[in-house]
Design a protein around this ligand. Sequence first.
Ligand SMILES: CC(C)(COP(=O)(O)OP(=O)(O)OC[C@H]1O[C@@H](n2cnc3c(N)ncnc32)[C@H](O)[C@@H]1OP(=O)(O)O)[C@@H](O)C(=O)NCCC(=O)NCCS
Length: 240
Amino acid sequence: MKLKTKTVEVDLDRIKEDVRKAKDEIVTDIRVIRERDPAATSDLEVALLYSGFHAVLFYRVSHMLYEKKKFFAARLISQSARFLTGIEIHPGAKIGRGLFIDHGSGVVIGETAEIGDNCTLYQGVTLGGTGKHVGKRHPTLGNNVMVGSGAKVLGPFKIGDNSKIAANAVVLDEIPDNCTAVGIPARVVRRNNQKVDCDLDQIHIADPVAQEFCKMNLKIEALERELDELKKERKKENKE
Ligand SMILES: CC(C)(COP(=O)(O)OP(=O)(O)OC[C@H]1O[C@@H](n2cnc3c(N)ncnc32)[C@H](O)[C@@H]1OP(=O)(O)O)[C@@H](O)C(=O)NCCC(=O)NCCS
């Protein structure tokens, strides 16, 4: 149904659809927090007291404005949200359903970051750029990804579905599906629930300089043997 006033045409069906969608997203956001945080005791508590929930709510409004190219209003809302929650989500980021930002403070999600469905981020997480890329410069998280507190995921690559990034890891490269990545720079230590053996013995590692000396010694010995044989042949010839 369309109402036409003197100045504006209002598409009531579209507004109803937008409101239904927003309500659906809010209900999902509250439900996932109740499911994933054992400390959450009621929907009301989540709605009123969870800054991660507030940040996602503000994001959904700012993203809607961003899509309508109302960039200033979008940034105004996201920066106000940052002031209130300590969580900075750029309105241009693309975020799926069921994102849970636990505790929240210090979380930064960049403009070209993409987040799939049912992801969890803890406090201090950065989904950022390295400063070396233009265009798409922030990471893409698949579905059901968990990023631990303080972890930094930097660059335009993908973190696969169901993967976990350990607290304080710094991820600079793609992580496949169903993996756990830890450390700086992050390396995969578990894949499909199996331990990945990538231990490097830093103490008993071969010394490259000693290896070069060893090669040179072998060459000198071979040359000395050849020289001895030549000398012997020369002596024989002289006698004859
Ligand atoms: C990584 C994590 C998700 C566990 O994943 P997992 O697949 O169950 O992995 P495991 O616990 O089996 O650990 C695998 C290896 O990584 C190591 N590891 C785990 N977390 C690590 C971390 N943050 N930094 C470095 N190494 C870590 C483990 O010691 C283990 O090493 P080992 O194989 O030599 O014994 C979990 O340790 C983690 O970091 N969670 C973040 C939660 C968080 O941020 N909470 C904040 C709440 S306020």
